[in-house]
Write a protein that binds this ligand. Structure first.
Ligand code: BEZ
Length: 394
């Protein structure tokens, strides 16, 4: 028979181990599911983080705020798009708050920190934006799923579009960090394969927005076109500076769709007319699913959605499907992951599936800025899958 003293000693040992983070204590099935949101709520990507958060919550609200029949409790951390705090911030959610699932983040450098924690602890992680290659390539993991893109997916489709318009010599410009460099890899692969030449690659550190010297250099090079990766507040500044430097209308500007996504207000739109981008979403997609989503989002948040809201919404949809398959019992990891791997997501961007490496297989659209919209002109790549190079899953 176990004595009271033994029970107390065993409990103390368990509590001690759990507080060091070595064991995550099991919770009763009836307890709330703990959902951690690690996103940028300040800085140049704040708008992106807020949109991911909005979209995710909207998906869950549509299901009565339950996962597999269980109530939800949210925990939130502002990661400030600061890579040096990535591990520490992820641990606030995983070790301190003991979340069942971590949803995050936007910035690829911060994602490196989350990914380290996810691999070491085995916590379920859903990436609602950051496209860093390693997460679904060489460092892929059974517990990590992405509902957005790899950094090279949108730009892979861009080069052919530019060549079809006769732009044979291009300058590539970006922020120099994982997302910009990997977007550049995708652009190079697609553009060179289509017969184009990259005459110069330019860059500046994230989140620097002092573009003037680089724009002067572009003017002197006189390429047929410029292609780029920028996003959020920095993208808006780049478009305005490009126009102010007298380049708009003279040297056509292209980009992955993050360049114009969610930014086309009265102030920016005049400088952005005619910019062509490739992306896996546009508010202008004329489908019943997208119309319904836009309406519901506008009603809930008094603003239009964008790709970041869609990716957050799809993170919610993915989790709902996984949780339903295990009746809210997240300890059934194998069944949970199988359900998430096989999920078909009925997204406002169009239906998509998960690759073996846990990254979306999805269509890439060509969009052009007209008025305040990224108007879809066609499909640049159908059911585009990332290579998943080096991933041993599946
Ligand atoms: C990234 O850091 O992975 C990223 C940030 C904004 C838009 C797209 C990608």
């Amino acid at each position: 028979m176990t004595s009271r003293r033994q029970v107390l000693t065993q409990s103390a040992a368990l509590i001690g181990a759990a507080s060091t983070g070595l064991i995550l204590p099991a919770r009763a099935q009836s307890a709330k599911i703990r959902v951690g949101l690690m996103l940028p709520f300040t800085g140049t990507f704040a708008q992106l983080g807020i949109a991911c958060d909005n979209g995710f919550r909207m998906a869950l609200e549509e299901k009565g705020n339950k996962l597999g029949g269980r109530e939800i409790e949210y925990f939130k951390v502002d990661d400030e798009s600061e890579p040096s705090k990535g591990v520490e911030n992820a641990n606030k959610l995983v070790q301190r708050d003991k979340v069942d699932v971590l949803v995050g983040t936007v910035h690829s450098g911060v994602q490196m920190g989350i990914h380290k924690v996810a691999r070491e602890t085995g916590v379920l992680c859903i990436i609602p934006n950051a496209g860093m290659h390693a997460a679904t390539r060489a460092l892929c993991a059974p517990n990590v799923f992405r509902t957005s893109f790899t950094n090279s997916q949108p730009t892979l489709a861009l080069g052919r579009v530019m060549m079809q318009k006769g732009h044979k010599k291009a300058v590539w410009i970006t922020w120099k960090y994982a997302a910009g460099d990997e977007a550049g890899e995708g652009f190079k692969e697609g553009y060179l394969a289509a017969g184009g030449t990259i005459v110069k690659e330019l860059g500046l550190p994230f989140p620097n927005v002092e573009f003037q010297a680089l724009l002067t250099e572009i003017a002197s090079i006189k390429p047929d076109a410029v292609a780029c990766f920028f996003s959020g507040g920095g993208a808006s500044k780049f478009i305005r500076d490009y126009a102010a430097a007298g380049l708009a209308g003279k040297i056509p500007l292209y980009g992955s769709g993050f360049l114009t996504e969610g930014l086309l207000d009265d102030e920016l739109a005049p400088s952005a007319q005619g910019i062509v981008t490739t992306l896996h979403y546009s508010t202008s997609l004329a489908t019943k699913r997208n119309d319904a989503f836009r309406l519901a989002y506008a009603k809930a948040y008094k603003m239009q959605p964008d790709v970041y809201a869609v990716q957050g919404y799809d993170a919610g949809q993915l989790l709902i499907q996984g949780a339903a398959a295990v009746n809210g019992d997240f300890s059934k990891k194998k069944a949970l992951y199988v359900a998430m791997e096989n999920a078909v997501i009925d997204s406002p961007r169009g239906k998509w599936t998960m690759s073996k490496a846990h990254n979306p297989v999805q269509d890439m659209y060509v969009r052009v800025v007209k008025g305040k919209e990224n108007v879809v002109q066609g499909v640049a790549a159908k059911a585009l899958s990332d290579s998943g190079a080096g991933c041993k899953l599946g």
